[in-house]
Design a protein around this ligand. Sequence first.
Ligand code: C2E
Ligand code: CA
Ligand code: CA
Length: 440
Amino acid sequence: MQPHERARGRLAPAGLLRLLEEQLAHAGGARVALLVIALSPSDRQLAIGRGVAVRTVLGEVARRVESLLRSDDRYAFASREELWVLLVGLPSEPLAELAARTLLDRLRRPIAVPSTSGSAGAIHLQPSIGVAWTSGPAGLDASSMLAAVTGAAASGQGIRLRRLRGARDHAPNQAQLEQELLEALDGNELEVHFQPQLDLRDGRCSSAEALIRWRRRDGSAADPEAIVAICERRELIVPLTRFTLNTSLRRMSEWSGLGLDMSVAVNLSAATLSDPTLPLMVSQALETWGVPANRLTLELTENALIRNLRVAAEAMKQIHDLGCRLSIDDFGTGYSPYTYLRQFSFQELKIDRSFVRHIHCDDGDRRIVRSLVELAHAFGMHAVAEGVEDQESLLALRALGCDLAQGWHVSAALAADDFAKWCLARRDAAMKRQAAAAQP
Ligand code: C2E
Ligand code: CA
Ligand code: CA
């Protein structure tokens, strides 16, 4: 989508259903939420009765919905009384509920309208929202999902979460993927690759993000998000995290032997964060590989925190006490990111790539990134921009005071040995430049 279209996200109802159908057919297990918002008819009639143009009220409803949508989300007016919202790539059901709650809260706020007498008035809508989330493919089609959610929306005020039957049944290729992954985990066939992070202040590279990689038997590369989703479903996420963590620390200790003291960031998923053995797993891994705790960063998303706040808070405190760094990932893509900044202590904020992608050409994105960098610094955090794909973006980020940049322009994620070679070559080149500069 072009930057100037991004804020709108409005489709015709048929277009939204087509998009939902595509998402449900997604072989990798697309995660989408569908919300049906029923605007209270009695209040709408009241609005009309008071001589207020329906357009004013619906225009304000659209504006409030748009202000909450992320770049890939879409909405449609099915009628003057009903709105459909499709949230694409939403990792979990609690996030769908949170999105619905936030929307409900916005729509309940009074809508200022001029009345026929010319004096100002306010309309109070009493919407109800039906919500369903699926991690397809679930043998579910768009119209049956819509019917289930519409029924939930009609069943009273507030929010009704509709649990979809069969949402966890998977298509045959999904079952095959799962089976293959279980065997690959058993056979130690997964790999961890490392994506360099460039320090924008001195041009050095001393950190990387660890990303899971798996080449299937047919030679294709599996989608890392699908790997994580399957592991979460099959309760294999803790073994996967243990693997990523130990592989990363083992590599770090090997690189130290080459004179490369690298820091590495490992992603933690929601289920891992709720596992009470996580802090022990981290401390044992650090001890096993003799890596100082402050060189390990753990990346968490809002989604991971939201699942079980109390348990997550305890785990984060213990990990922080070990001396590890904490990073809040995909910042700006969720629904209430500031809540977590207030509540937890992070040392790093990762600016989501959707804001970075057009930074060189979109003034709005540049302003967002500037304020995120300032926010990070105000909380004593480093700001890391992800998805940096070209030199213009890198320069723009440096000018905005962003601390670190990660993305294909710097390098894609590399196998451990290639990563070490890449770092050594950069270091050698920098030393040669320095030596040349020191020549009289
Ligand atoms: P993430 O944490 O946001 O990771 C960054 C993703 O951005 C990676 O996708 C990376 O390959 C991709 N990327 C890097 N540079 C660029 C760029 O310049 N442009 C664009 N468009 N993309 C870029 P990847 O490897 O497919 O991973 C996807 C997600 O899977 C990760 O998103 C993370 O949430 C999850 N993941 C990956 N490895 C692990 C793991 O070991 N454990 C857990 N729990 N999650 C993981
Ligand atoms: Ca990450
Ligand atoms: Ca990220």
